[in-house]
Design a protein around this ligand. Sequence first.
Ligand code: DGY
Length: 319
Amino acid sequence: MKIVVTGKIPQAGLEVLKTAGFQPDAWSQDSAMSRSDLLSKVKGADILVTLLTEKVDAELLDAAGPNLKAVCNVAVGYNNIDVAACKSRKVLVTNTPGVLTEATADIAIALILMTTRRLAEGERVIRSQTPWQWGMHYMLGAGVTKRVLGVVGMGAIGIATARRAKVCGMTVVYHSRSEIDPKVAAELAATRVTFDELLSQSDVVSIHCPSNESTRHLFSKPQFEKMKPTAFLVNTARGPIVDEQALVEALENNQIAGAGLDVFEFEPKVNPGLLHRDNVVMLPHLGSATVETRDAMAMLAANNAVAIANNREPLTPVG
Ligand code: DGY
């Protein structure tokens, strides 16, 4: 059984594969493999363990060849994988839901506080040794208490973010394909609203939906026009959900008050129109970046690979 791990993953994940009796062919460098190296490395693989930076498309699946049984992504998001192309070749796809919920919600709430309270801007003042003095009117931000958080996509990460926001005194509205568990809705006092209602009511909009064709540019000019001019947009999901150029224009035109972004439309490239804006906080896709979370992600992906290699049902299949 040839298991190819196409990016560097934590040792904990490799141990799962080795303990189960497999000798993974694993990329061990921090930088990603070139596409041509990737295409040759996957040749003859039975299972691929992939990172979100690798595009798993028809070309890659064909390069792997007819033995390929599964692609086990080390991420909850799987927009790097052409699931239809996998399906048509009877290749299973798995992801890593659950294990990164809390870490990602932490980053969402951090971005909510950083944007509304101008924290990165304040830190830049100190670091640049710009003269400053406490003042009644100095660097005032927007408080979050009694403000409305609009959660777009009320899955596990959306709920975990809402839970944190509630502790900060925020009221939660959400827009999701389906109603959430009534017990959770009651605990959070969260109200399901239409997308347009969410846009017009929210003081902070936090994105937690999956990235796919139907959510591409879910946030573009018309949506920014519906948001309050005092509202902030936070994205810890995937970059393509937001039309980044339209976001730059919305910020330029003061259609919204600011943005907190952990992900970018053309990651790792960032629209230059965002770079010099004090009302934008940007992080380099840190949502799941804790040691224990990355270990858990790698172990879950590896356990999916082991299950499939042993003809068992994977733990977390996609679709
Ligand atoms: C995921 O798992 O989709 C996260 O974005 C990784 O940080």
